[in-house]
Design a protein around this ligand. Sequence first.
Ligand code: SF4
Length: 248
Amino acid sequence: MKSYYAKKAGIDPSKMYVVSVMPCTAKKFEKIRPEMINDSLQNVDSVITTRELARMIKQANIHFTTLEDSEFDDPMGEATGAGAIFGTTGGVMEAALRTAYESLTGEELKQLDFEEVRGKKRIKKATIKIGDKEVKVAVAHGLSNAREILEEIKSGETDYQFVEIMACPGGCIMGGGQPIVTSKKRNEVDVRAERAKALYNIDKNSKYRKSHENPTIKKLYEEFLGKPGSHKAHELLHTTYKKREKYI
Ligand code: SF4
């Protein structure tokens, strides 16, 4: 936002105030990490959770059901189905597989749904055939399951080419900042399954279902980032993690 978007919109990035709406309380800490600073500017100034946003909407007496639908603002307004499913366990993996398949084989992927990585099983393992290659993948959600898969890798028992880990059981749809599910509600409806279903429906009905086909993303690379994995892309889109003390 403070680089590409600021340039496109002709705004001085030091005068921008970026607010992220997140399913995740951990993002409130993440925004102050030194890795999230570029050109001396913090990438994100404020993080509010979806639950906080919902409360603000209610306080302002805004009734969503009576509002007209509208599109997101350009030039960053276009999203894909692949992006939508990031919110559920296995979604990042599935989105990446769609792109990996086409970039490695140069062929069109016809069957877009990777059922092997969907569902609420605590650890999902699969071998996916991409052209003449066999790609071993694993998906874990919930930290005890993540630990299990990491221990397996550490011991040399298995080798995976790609591992997806989500800290929250079910993925971001059940993040700590999401609307709270009361025990009464939990008895009435499987909220996790319903939220996942909603994302898969968005994906199914999306005009674009592969990240690399998103016209906005294509333009972003053409005009600004260069190639995927370029120096600039690394600087702005990637990060690294190191062990830190639990309490600072
Ligand atoms: S899985 Fe949970 S901790 Fe991880 S980004 Fe999503 S909401 Fe945050």
